[in-house]
Ligand binder design. Structure first.
Ligand SMILES: Nc1nc2c(c(=O)[nH]1)N[C@H]1C(S)=C(S)[C@@H](COP(=O)(O)OP(=O)(O)OC[C@H]3O[C@@H](n4cnc5c(N)ncnc54)[C@H](O)[C@@H]3O)O[C@H]1N2
Ligand code: MOO
Length: 406
């Protein structure tokens, strides 16, 4: 049985993928995590005026000659309430952080370096240069500046920047639609008591959550019994819902009840590859049916979640139009590991952060069987052991992949 090398499989899956073409205008408060189809240009300048960076007095720097000059206080400028006049020689305006600097003033003296000999006078106890404590108009960004580039995924700060730049609604790429089918006669939905030979369909729950975290939308096809016509109708439902991706979970191996491959083929799907040189996740299947991509994930919990992280996630990200995210990091091994065979290993592992700042230590968890959800749930990362890697000892460099968190 030939297995496709892991890197080739990822490359083949992503090779011809281009972003979905639907674009929608949504409220800025709903835009976190969404992807920009084009550069986002500022519709205003920020700050729109020269603003004071401190509480104090707006002055003309040239007036500050001689020891402790005294200026006449002619008014006040507060945030949202500008001083309407302009400043002449010998005058000062009481000013607060964020308030417009009055015409004629060219510096702000902080109030700690002043005193008030009388209600209408301020004594200045320091020398300041023109421009001191003033944030010039456009200091943050100017009209038409690119606030965020095409293909960026909007973070909370980027949404705040967009709002500050004049946006109440924003154009983003539509969500990638992911249909998910759990296959297997033994499965019951989460929250349902499982009989003696039954299992809770827990994988699809986690996979749905991964899809949501990266901004996709889920079409839940539910649990599909191991029957050809039920599987065929689930595939049809995914097509009718215009899914961009159909994910099946389970039934991917070679047993008599593993029907996913044959039924997909009967439905007219093209299978691009089946079986990858990786552990866990070997029976992974990838193909397409018309415009719909198909990923057949293995049923064992760790196999399912590892392949969702390493294949489904980048596929959704690429379809969503987001710039590629590199989730592989370098660390150092926290334990000795044995030589590897022809399958790239993805070991569930802990990360130990070194408070002294040296690279983090990656410690594989003790039990690596692909059925162990209890181990997966305690893992922070997947330690990558390339195919045919020689044995390595603690302290040697290694690579790991970040797992999706909430
Ligand atoms: N003769 C061989 N047998 C197997 C091979 C092989 O190469 N030759 N490969 C093994 C590997 S590796 C894996 S991984 C599994 C994957 O098999 P399937 O994808 O066909 O998965 P199932 O048999 O349907 O289920 C396996 C296991 O996972 C449980 N499961 C299934 N779906 C879910 C779900 N949604 N949530 C939670 N758990 C689920 C299922 O009850 C089984 O216990 O095949 C090996 N066999
Ligand atoms: O790939 Mo299976 O996923 O080794 O258990």
């Amino acid at each position: 049985m030939t297995l496709v090398p892991f890197d080739d499989a990822v490359e083949r899956l992503l090779r011809d993928v281009s972003p979905v073409d639907g674009i929608e205008a949504i409220a800025i408060e709903d835009a976190c995590g969404r992807v920009l189809p084009a550069d986002l240009d500022a519709r205003r300048t920020q700050p729109a005026f020269d603003a004071s960076a401190m509480d104090g007095y707006a002055v003309r720097a040239a007036d500050l000659t001689g020891p402790s000059p005294v200026l006449r206080v002619v008014g006040e400028s507060a945030a949202g309430h500008a001083f309407s006049g302009s400043l002449s020689t010998g005058e000062a305006v009481r000013i607060f952080t964020g308030a417009p600097v009055p015409d004629g003033a060219d510096a702000v003296v902080i109030q700690e370096n002043t005193d008030r000999p009388a209600e209408s006078e301020v004594r200045i106890l320091e020398r300041v240069e023109p421009g001191a404590n003033i944030r010039r108009a456009g200091n943050d960004f100017r009209l038409s500046d690119v606030l965020a580039p095409a293909a960026s995924r909007l973070t909370p700060a980027a949404c705040a920047l967009a709002a500050s730049g004049g946006y109440g609604t924003i154009e983003v790429r539509r969500r990638v639609r992911v249909a998910i089918a759990a296959t297997g006669d033994e499965l019951v939905p989460p929250g349902t008591p499982a009989g003696p030979s039954q299992t809770v369909a827990s994988n699809t729950l986690a996979i749905s959550m991964i899809v949501h975290v990266i901004g996709g939308s889920v079409i839940d096809l539910g649990i599909i019994p191991d029957r050809r016509d039920d599987l065929a109708s689930a595939i049809e439902r995914a097509q009718n819902a215009r899914a961009d991706i159909l994910v099946t979970v389970g039934g991917a191996s070679v047993g008599d009840h593993d029907l996913v491959g044959p039924v997909l083929t009967e439905a007219g799907a093209t299978l691009d590859f089946w079986r990858v040189a990786m552990r866990p996740g070997k029976p992974l299947m990838a193909g397409s049916l018309g415009p719909m991509r198909i990923l057949g994930l293995p049923g064992n919990p760790a196999s399912s979640l590892v392949t969702a992280e390493l294949f489904l996630r980048p596929l959704i990200e690429k379809l969503s139009g987001a710039a590629p995210v590199r989730r592989r990091r370098r660390g150092i091994l926290g334990l000795d590991v044995k030589a590897n065979d022809k399958r790239t290993d993805f070991l569930r592992a802990h990360i130990q952060i070194d408070p002294a700042g040296s690279p983090c230590r990656v410690v594989p968890l003790p039990r690596q069987d692909s059925s162990l959800l209890s181990v997966f749930a305690r893992a922070d990362v997947l330690l990558v052991r390339p195919a045919f890697a020689p044995a390595a000892v603690a302290g040697e460099p290694c690579e790991y992949v970040m797992l999706t968190t909430g």
